[in-house]
Design a protein around this ligand. Structure first.
Ligand code: PMP
Length: 383
């Protein structure tokens, strides 16, 4: 029954680990990028209140105007960016925002530059829209940042689109102003369009987040992806958004009619409340992740055979396992069986990730330290 393009889909290395982990007891799961914080109760109440007030009908396709105004206010207040409501599209998670954007701007075989090491679903989205992937190598020696030099080297004569992700999932790298200036220069020279995934913008531990669209001349070339899943612990509400030139948003809106016809009304109203009221919650949560990533990067980095750069943002560690002599899938399977610690093989984020594993700091500090201790004992025993 299946279309030929889907017949060779293989379970990702991520899925393999989750399936194996589900069969074991007492596993410390550092696999999934799901915050251990629940959505704050008053955000939930705002969603319930909206339902009782009658927000149970189809919403406007690109989102309620009060939400778009709040989103515009957020970027103005936090980053001094001027965004109009017609430059915003509310989507079913950030994930739909990037997919709609790619559908709106990709032709068959459009060449898209993408960091390799990168958030996995981008590779699938590019495949589904028929784009051609042009990897830009990400290197540990650059603290996993996408550098203008590596971008320059990866460019092809037909490169058209560039995907950026800072802070990065899975590496925790945060672009510097100098990086972004260098990248913007190339974008200008080569007339590129940028999809800038800034879903972790609130999670920066050193320095500050710099929206790519804030660089001179970049706003009109950039589609920014952001959302509520991480910032407000609202993964299950499935709400995110894109910021882009109004003519792009218009087309994304038209495409979305054939897919989802607007975003869950209650999630939108809850998101309005979150933007208006929850700055303190976000601050506290980010502080917790700062502490956890700092403590955990030291603990995992101190294990013989492993090393780890302290992440500058996000909530993941990207741990180098080269010293163990194992590839990332073997390491994760053995660590799961012997130490009962679930992690994601780095190869899930691109071939260049095979010397690494991703650890999500979405459990308590105590659990992270226990996981590090378990891994240490396992590795000391010899595999
Ligand atoms: N981009 C990145 C880099 C992510 O890590 C995620 C979630 N793991 C998303 C986008 C999508 O987030 P959501 O659809 O939940 O908003």
């Amino acid at each position: 029954m299946l279309a030929s393009k889907y017949q060779n889909l293989r379970p990702s290395p991520m899925l393999k680990i989750f399936q194996a982990a589900a069969k074991l007891d007492d596993v410390i799961n550092l696999g999934i990028g799901e915050p251990d914080f629940d959505t704050p109760k008053d955000i939930i109440d705002a969603g319930c209140k909206a339902a009782k007030e009658g927000f149970t009908h189809y919403p406007p396709v690109t989102g309620f105007s009060d939400l778009k105004e709040e989103i515009a206010r957020y970027w103005a207040k936090k980053y001094d960016l001027s965004v109009e409501p017609d430059e915003i599209m509310v989507t079913t998670g950030g994930i739909q925002a990037s997919y709609l954007a790619l559908q709106a701007i990709c032709e068959e075989n459009t060449e898209v530059l993408i960091p390799e090491i990168c958030f996995t679903p981008y590779f699938q989205q590019l495949e589904f829209v028929g784009a051609k992937v042009i990897p830009v190598p990400i290197e540990e020696k650059d603290q996993f940042r996408l550098t203008p030099q590596n971008l320059q080297r990866a460019l092809t004569p037909n490169s058209r689109i560039l995907i950026l992700n800072s802070p990065s999932n899975p590496t925790g790298a945060v672009s510097t102003y100098e990086d972004l200036e260098g990248i913007a220069k190339i974008v200008r020279e080569r007339d590129l369009i940028v999809i800038s995934d800034e879903i972790y913008e609130a999670f920066v531990f050193e320095g500050r987040h710099i929206p790519f669209s804030s660089l001179p001349g970049m706003k009109e070339r950039t589609i920014t992806i952001a959302g509520f899943s991480k910032t407000y612990a609202m993964t299950g509400w499935r709400i995110g958004y894109a910021i882009a030139p109004a003519h792009v948003i218009r087309v994304m809106g038209v495409i979305s009619v054939a897919q989802s016809m607007g975003v869950n009304t209650l999630a939108q109203k809850a998101a309005v409340f979150a933007l208006q009221n929850k700055d303190d919650f976000v601050k506290e949560m980010v502080e917790t992740y700062r502490r956890r990533t700092s403590v955990a990067s030291e603990a995992f980095g101190a294990i013989p055979g492993l090393s780890c750069i302290k992440p500058k943002g996000g909530f993941y560690l990207f741990v180098n396992i080269k010293g163990t002599g194992m590839d990332s899938v073997t390491f994760c399977m053995k660590a799961l069986e012997n130490a009962k610690v679930a992690m994601i093989p780095g190869v899930a984020f691109g071939k260049r990730g095979d010397d690494f594993v991703r650890i999500a700091c979405t459990v308590s500090e105590e659990k992270l330290l226990e996981a590090a201790q378990r891994l240490k004992s396992f590795l000391e025993k010899g595999q």
